[in-house]
Design a protein around this ligand. Structure first.
Ligand SMILES: C[S@@+](CC[C@H](N)C(=O)[O-])C[C@H]1O[C@@H](n2cnc3c(N)ncnc32)[C@H](O)[C@@H]1O
Length: 331
């Protein structure tokens, strides 16, 4: 409750600032144009991205086939992340928000995986704080410099971190090598999810794509490939940004141009995706969504907190049902 109050106060504070006001006015026209452009562009995709209230039967094929890209890589995005590669481990720099996001996402992942293990009853889980994730094989997609891969490996998981940027992979490898104990639990590869399907199909207990969906070229293709890599009963964790007016104002205008939390140009609002659309894609690939939590960033404390409000950042956990294997042949 306090978190929501605090978040609302923060939003009000930002909205009352005169410079922010001016900027809002200037960007209002641009935003309107961008939305009109996006609506036209997304018209043909709308049959793919239906809200959960309009969910289709899984056998109902989309009536309009959309052109499929061969890759999920957006070259411009990868160039931008490669140029920032040296900054991954500067905790007070460009990637501060990703470092502090670990305070929310690591416990979320750990708790859900332990619960999953207990539910399947495969083994009774002995609580060992330093090796809570022992026995889990995790894929961290778009692992960047390894900010999330490392703590998960430190908790005992075997983590494969993949990233489309060679520079990011080199930085991640160089960083983990300093810690022998963690290094033996991590393997970093310059690759995409589509590259991995042939050799690793259905082989991970858990696939994570944290702050990545909003940077890929083809979200449906990306999600489909991620889903194929999860074992039946395994988990998928995603964190990303909702496509709302507020996410444009706070996630793009305020975060990039006003508060400089991240470099201008880091985010393209057109690539943001609502939790409903993401859930639709997951459903269609045989996953059942277990939770969607909003996340709020406080630019003053540089810390994240959970909120019921999913209109900007959110985290989603979904589980692969056995039906996924059945659906795969039909899509
Ligand atoms: C915002 S960063 C997130 C890094 C990391 N997941 C974290 O939260 O600390 C996005 C990362 O995704 C990578 N990326 C973007 N598109 C990708 C794709 N199609 N396949 C693999 N990696 C991709 C980028 O190179 C970048 O390192």
């Amino acid at each position: 409750m306090n978190t929501i109050k605090y978040s609302n106060r923060l939003i009000k504070f930002l909205c009352n600032r005169s410079d922010f006001h001016g900027l809002c006015r200037k960007t209002a026209h641009l935003f309107h144009e961008e939305q009109v452009h996006w609506r036209k562009k997304s018209f043909s995709l709308s049959r793919h991205f239906r809200t959960t209230s309009q969910r289709l039967d899984l056998n109902d094929k989309p009536k309009v086939e959309r052109p499929r890209a061969q890759t999920t890589i957006d070259e411009e995005e990868i160039k931008r992340f490669s140029a920032l590669a040296q900054l991954w481990w500067d905790e007070e720099g460009e990637f501060t928000a990703l470092h502090t996001m670990n305070e929310l996402r690591v416990p979320l992942i750990v708790n859900a995986l332990i619960e999953q293990k207990q539910k399947t009853g495969a083994e009774s889980h002995q609580f060992k704080a330093h090796s809570q994730l022992e026995g889990f094989k995790i894929l961290d997609v778009g692992s960047g410099g390894g900010i999330l891969s490392e703590p998960l490996a430190r908790l005992g998981a075997f983590v494969i971190g993949i990233d489309a940027s060679e520079e990011n992979i080199k930085i991640a490898q160089a960083h983990v090598i300093r810690n022998e104990e963690v290094a033996c639990n991590i393997k970093y590869i310059c690759a995409t999810v589509e590259d991995l399907i042939e050799s690793e199909e259905r082989s991970f207990d858990c696939v994570i794509a944290s702050e990545v969906v909003e940077h890929v070229l083809d979200a449906p293709m990306f999600i489909k490939a991620c889903c194929k890599l999860v074992k039946p009963g395994g988990s998928m964790f995603l964190t990303t940004i909702n496509r709302t007016n507020l996410s444009y104002l706070l996630g793009v205008v305020a975060a990039e141009r006003l508060l400089r939390i991240v470099e201008p140009g880091t985010h393209n609002w057109n690539k943001f995706i609502s939790p409903q659309d993401l859930q639709y894609l997951l459903d269609h690939n045989g996953f059942s969504t277990r939770l969607v939590h909003g996340m709020m960033y406080n630019p003053v404390t540089k810390r994240w907190s959970w909120t019921e409000n999913t209109s900007i950042n959110y985290a989603l956990h979904a589980v692969c049902t056995d039906q996924a294997l059945h659906v795969d042949g039909q899509t």
